[in-house]
Design a protein around this ligand. Structure first.
Ligand code: BV8
Ligand code: ZN
Length: 247
């Protein structure tokens, strides 16, 4: 059935059927899967944080120029995330991981909500804001504080700490990226959930899955630049659609 003529019910039935037969599933998530938990997306609202745009703050240059402003941004996000709950879309992925033989969750999100929901095989390609890294000795530690202070310092060497996330212009961890690429290339089914599909190199993953012969379905509120290359796009909220897709 050509995708543009399918009703949403038919799309849901098709994807649910595919997931029922799937051996190796990869799910790629973006900020949209956390939207219904109350975490603003990067490009949805006008900027994630009052009058600043995330893409201006999530950069090494911004941190170099004004580490206290960047830490205020991440402390604001820590506080927000600490107050919200994972939503039915996160929970549906926990169920899916239990029923498919081989499941990999690749997330661009740094909020840690997939872990909190109970997902296990997670590749956090953009890092995690609950981890911090020392800019001097490179030590990485988990720190669940809601407020890290204006300019937190490393307990070991006194160096300035930064969030352990990949900023724009920074390279992703090569090992994580190649694991994500390998999973995309070899899966038989991929779900692409709540991502605008414009941040590279992660935005290449759906095309890699298609090249590998996978069935790829997108769940989003709107079409994205990756939509045309996929088998179908189910338009709707992840928190509503995802529970329909997993038994
Ligand atoms: C790199 C961590 C190179 C930080 C993030 C020009 C062309 C192509 C590429 C580039 C270019 N200029 C620069 C680049 C490279 C750049 C890039 O791609 N920029 C984009 C903006 C064009 N990429 C990089 O810099 C990457 N590094 O390329 O390195 C390199 C190589 C070698 C050596 C040195 C360097 C690093 C990118 C990683 C940046 N870090 N996050 C932090 O979070 O604080 S990216 C950030 O955006 C988050 O991770 C976020 O997840 C990610 C992607 O955004 P989305 O998740 O898609 O979220 P978005 O708001 O955009 O969209 C939400 C979607 O959800 C929407 O589609 C919406 O419709 C939908 N939605 C909303 N509500 C719902 C919903 N869907 C379903 N249900 C709902 N309820
Ligand atoms: Zn240190």
């Amino acid at each position: 059935m050509h995708k543009i003529t399918m009703t949403r019910e038919e799309q849901v039935r098709l994807v649910k059927e595919r997931l029922g037969q799937a051996q190796k599933v990869v799910v790629l998530t973006g900020a949209g899967i956390s939207a219904e938990s109350g975490i603003p997306t990067f490009r949805g609202a006008d900027g994630i944080w009052e009058h600043y745009r995330a893409t201006d703050l999530a950069t090494p240059e911004a941190f170099e120029r004004d580490p206290e402003l960047v830490w205020a941004f991440y402390n604001w996000r820590r506080e927000l995330i600490s107050r919200v709950k994972e939503n039915p879309a996160h929970q549906a992925l926990v169920t899916l991981e239990k029923i498919v033989p081989d499941f990999t969750l690749v997330t661009q999100n740094v909020d840690g909500l997939h872990q909190r929901a109970g997902s296990i095989n997670i590749i956090e390609v953009h890092g995690n804001l609950w981890r911090v890294q020392c800019t001097e000795c490179a030590r990485i530690t988990m720190d669940m504080s809601v407020d890290m202070g204006k300019r937190p310092h490393c307990r070991e060497c006194g160096g300035v700490l930064r969030p352990d996330v990949v900023w724009f212009g920074e390279s992703l961890d090569g090992l994580l990226l190649s694991r994500a690429e390998e999973a995309a290339r070899t899966c038989d089914t991929m779900l692409v959930i709540g991502t605008s599909g414009i941040v590279y190199p992660v935005a290449f993953l759906p095309a890699l899955a298609k090249d590998g012969g996978a069935f790829v379905a997108e769940i989003n509120m709107e079409e994205t630049p990756v939509s045309p290359g996929l088998d179908l796009t189910i338009l709707g909220k992840a928190g509503e659609i995802m529970p329909l897709l997993v038994p």
